[in-house]
Design a binder for this molecule. Structure first.
Ligand code: FE2
Length: 401
C-alpha cells in the first residue's frame, strides 16, 4: 500500500506502521505539511462551525476546566441557546486560558479528508484535537492518555516534558488522579524534554506522562492526532460475547440453580460448571464469526467513504477520480475478478477491469483520474458508464474538477 498520508508526517511510515514506537520520539516534518491543511489562521472559520457544538469546546486554565457559563450563551435567552461565544473565548485567551477543540476533523473538511486517508493507511481509527495556548501558558497538568498520541506543532512553540508511564498500557477506564501524577513527576527526571516548533512532532505512546507549556513569544497551535487503541481485553470480551451467543451450541441456555445467590458452595459449583461449558464452547467456537464481529465493530468507528447525496450526471467524458481509501481490502477471486470490501458493503469488479483499477487502488499508479471511455474496449461504452455511475454511487469514485 502506498502510505501517502503517513509519509507526510512520519519519517519512516512503513516501519512505524509495522511497529509503532513504544517510547517517545520527536522529529521534524519538512515544509510543515499540516499547516497547509489546518493553519492557525483557519481557526476563525473553524470556530464559526464549532460554536453550536459546545460539547466539543473546552477552555482550560492551569489544568482546571473553566466553567462553560463563562464562554457560552446562557440557556433560554436567545435562539442560539448554549452557543459558544467567540468574543468570550477571545477574552479568556487574553486571560491565559487555553482553547481545546475536540473532534477537530468534524469542523474542517481538509483535515477530515486527510484523516480519512491516514485512518485507511494506519488501519485504525484516528481522531484529532486542536490546542490553542496563549504565550507562556500551561493548558493541562501532567497527565497520561490511554491511547497513542502524535503531537503536531503547527505554529508557535511549546516545551514538553515526557515521563515514563506510571501504569503500563493503561485501560480507557483506568484514571490516575492528578495529585498522584504531580507527585510522580516531582520525584523524577523526564525521559524526554523538547521544545517543538512549527512542523515538529512528538510521539507520546500510550500511558507516558506528559505536560506542555507554550513559550512567551507567541500563541501555540498544535493538533494532537489520537490513535484508536483496542486492547486484548476488548478482544477477549468480543470472543466471550460471540461464544455466549452461539445459538447452535446450547451450553449456556440452562438456568442457574435456585439458591446460587445465597449458597456459596452452590455458586462455586455453578461457576465451575460455567467454566466447563465455556471450555467446550471455545472448542466449537466459530472463529470466522469472531473475526467478522470484531472487524464490524472496529470499522464502524472509522470514517466511511464520502457518499454522494445526489446522483451525478455521468457521461462518456466525465472526469472521475478514484478514492482508494474507500476500499478497506481486496479479495482476488478464482475467476480473476476482484472483490472490493467497503466499510459497509462488498462489490465485485469484473476481471476485465482489474488491470485498470488495481494499480490505482494500490498506489502503483498515482494518477487517480479517468473517464468512462478509458475503460473501452475492456467493456462496452454503455457498460463503462454504468461502472462509473456505480462507483460514484458507492463513494469509490468522485467527479473530479
Ligand atoms: Fe495528553
Amino acid at each position: 500500500m502506498y502510505l501517502e498520508a503517513m509519509a507526510k508526517i512520519f519519517p519512516s511510515p512503513e516501519s512505524f506502521r509495522e511497529q509503532p514506537s513504544q517510547v517517545p520520539l520527536t522529529w521534524t516534518c519538512r515544509d510543515n505539511p499540516l499547516q497547509k491543511i489546518i493553519d492557525v489562521d483557519d481557526l476563525t472559520e473553524i470556530f464559526d462551525g464549532v460554536i453550536y457544538q459546545r460539547d466539543s469546546v473546552r477552555m482550560v486554565t492551569d489544568g482546571d476546566s473553566v466553567n462553560p457559563a463563562r464562554y457560552c450563551a446562557p440557556s433560554g435567552v436567545n435562539t442560539f441557546t448554549g452557543a459558544v461565544l467567540p468574543r468570550s473565548v477571545s477574552r479568556m485567551l487574553n486571560e491565559k486560558a487555553s482553547l481545546v477543540i475536540n473532534h477537530l476533523e468534524r469542523y474542517w473538511t481538509p483535515l477530515r479528508t486527510y484523516l480519512r486517508r491516514l485512518t485507511y493507511e494506519v488501519g485504525s481509527n484516528i481522531e484529532s484535537v486542536g490546542f490553542l495556548t496563549p504565550p507562556g501558558s500551561t493548558g493541562f497538568r501532567p497527565h497520561e492518555d490511554p491511547v497513542d498520541v502524535l503531537v503536531y506543532q503547527v505554529s508557535g512553540r511549546k516545551h514538553w516534558k515526557v515521563y515514563e508511564p506510571l501504569v503500563e498500557n493503561p485501560f480507557l477506564d483506568e484514571v490516575i488522579e492528578d495529585e498522584k501524577l504531580a507527585e510522580y513527576v516531582a520525584e523524577r527526571e523526564p525521559f524526554l524534554e523538547v521544545t517543538l516548533g512549527p512542523g515538529d512532532c512528538l510521539w507520546v505512546p500510550r500511558g507516558w506522562v506528559h505536560a506542555g507549556t507554550s513559550d512567551d513569544a507567541a500563541c501555540s497551535w498544535h493538533v494532537s492526532l489520537v490513535f484508536g487503541t483496542s486492547t486484548f481485553r476488548w478482544l477477549a470480551e468480543e470472543i466471550i460475547g460471540t461464544l455466549t451467543k452461539q445459538d447452535e451450541v446450547p451450553y449456556f441456555r440452562p438456568s442457574l440453580p435456585w439458591g446460587a445467590a445465597i449458597d456459596r458452595d452452590l455458586m462455586h459449583t455453578t461457576v465451575l460448571s460455567a467454566l466447563n461449558r465455556m471450555r467446550d464452547g471455545l472448542l466449537d467456537l466459530n472463529v470466522g464469526q469472531v473475526v467478522k464481529n470484531a472487524q464490524t465493530k472496529l470499522r464502524a468507528e472509522m470514517p466511511g467513504p464520502r457518499y454522494p447525496v445526489a446522483p451525478a450526471e455521468i457521461g462518456p467524458e466525465t472526469y472521475l477520480e478514484l478514492i482508494p481509501e474507500s476500499v478497506m481490502s481486496f479479495s482476488h477471486q478464482h475467476d480473476g475478478s476482484l472483490r472490493l470490501n467497503l466499510p459497509h458493503a462488498t462489490v465485485t469488479l469484473t476481471n476485465k477491469l482489474v488491470d485498470f483499477f488495481l494499480p490505482i487502488f494500490t498506489g502503483k499508479e498515482l494518477d487517480r483520474g479517468w473517464i468512462p471511455t478509458d475503460l473501452v474496449p475492456r467493456v462496452t461504452l454503455s457498460s463503462s458508464i454504468k461502472v462509473a455511475r456505480r462507483m460514484h454511487q458507492l463513494g469509490i469514485a468522485q467527479v473530479g474538477k
